[in-house]
Design a protein around this ligand. Sequence first.
Ligand code: ATP
Ligand code: MG
Length: 283
Amino acid sequence: MIRIAIQSKGRLNEESLELLKDSGVTVDNQKRKFLGRAANYPLEVLYLRDDDIPEVVADGSADIGIVGLNEVEEKGVAVEIVRQLGFGSCRVSLAVPKDAEYSGLEWFQGKIIATSYPNILKRFLSEKGISASVRTIMGSVEIAPAAGIADAIFDIVSSGGTLISNGLVEVERVLYSQAVLIANPSLSEEKRALLDSLLFRIDAVGSSRGKKYILMNIPSDKVEEAINILPAMRSPTVMPLAASGWSSLHSVVEESELWDKVEKLKALGAEGILILQLDKVIA
Ligand code: ATP
Ligand code: MG
């Protein structure tokens, strides 16, 4: 049995459960429940506030966890970062009032900075040789300058909308964060094996993200050219059609290149192009 800690509610909850589900691990999202059990994998789920996840994994109350890198860095506890999960992206940045004459990091010398991430901030300031006072506030940090209790803030930014509506501008991006899978560094052999088999599944889900399966009919004399447009994992699959002179071509494409490739294939005479969802990719 392995125990995973995930956020009980908030921005990471849904995608954490989705990742488990796509990995074939079914757990119910009962928000009031503290501890759940997967139906089809030897896994227990501990639902916590995100702030508590790094410590709980470090002390072994949970074996693994899904949490923002920002919380891991802030808590500074000994956990292994096993995977970057590609969701919950944000940055932790310094922001100043928009009418401040910001000239560079020196501006912060002697200033008061409000934040919920005092440890990351203190580390950054000392690395840069800036002495400023750090005022820890949990929640609504962005109103601190307007309320006259700080000169600047250090907080999470994603779109930047919150900053703008509070009359602030982002001036220094200190940490780029996303959800990460963390593990206790001294897992038993049994738990390490369960983690490895879970990772195998998570990686298969991750590899399929941003990719599509494409198939089409194409004149057989154009197959060579089409293959040059469509390199697949090993090489595309080509099968003869019942109609002579035609082949069926199957491959995998990056979604970002999809339309460009479809246009080129159509120009070659491809017909009946189907683009399908990919669930898992096991290389
Ligand atoms: P909890 O009740 O679990 O303590 P919280 O209010 O501290 O929740 P959320 O707002 O749910 O936290 O955010 C969880 C994580 O989502 C953040 O720590 C961060 O890693 C990530 N995140 C991504 N984008 C944003 C954003 N725009 N604002 C806040 N967090 C974000
Ligand atoms: Mg929190």
